[in-house]
Design a protein around this ligand. Sequence first.
Ligand code: ADP
Length: 163
Amino acid sequence: MKRAVCPGTFDPMTNGHLDIVERASGIFDEVIVAVALSPDKGGGPLFSIDERVEMVGAAVAHLPNVSVRPFDSLLVDLARHVGATVIVKGLRAVTDFEREFQMAQLNYRINDEIETMFIVAIPEYMYLSSSAVKEIAEHRGDVEGLVPANVNERLVERLRKGR
Ligand code: ADP
């Protein structure tokens, strides 16, 4: 039984994230999407941890071997806690590489029983990020096709009300 964790802030989940989770779910027996609390990232997340977990849950509902949970600890500690031996990350352009390389090295140093593996983003989603999606949506741009349908609805609803 091979279990992997797919970590991120998912503020909100994009189709790029979803593609990585779907591909990971075809490789591993079980995938746990781990949603980081990340209170300080980029001036604080737009969506609360509960909202992000709920949105990811709805977007991965079609994948029977995928579950979602929040976390606010060291990633390797979460992986050990849930019995996962692999951390799966998506890799976009070279800009991701240095940060991901550093995190993978440090995580390996903290716990060498957990491997980090990368799935390369498809060209269509190579330049897609949560922050770009929020920026487009904040300026009333259309993000359909860039995020799961349920996320699109929540973004429109949230930004209509204002932050
Ligand atoms: P972001 O970098 O968009 O703020 P996260 O912190 O939630 O997102 O990222 C979690 C993981 O998802 C990271 O490994 C990141 O490289 C990956 N990821 C983010 N966007 C994409 C994408 N468009 N395609 C593939 N992987 C992605």
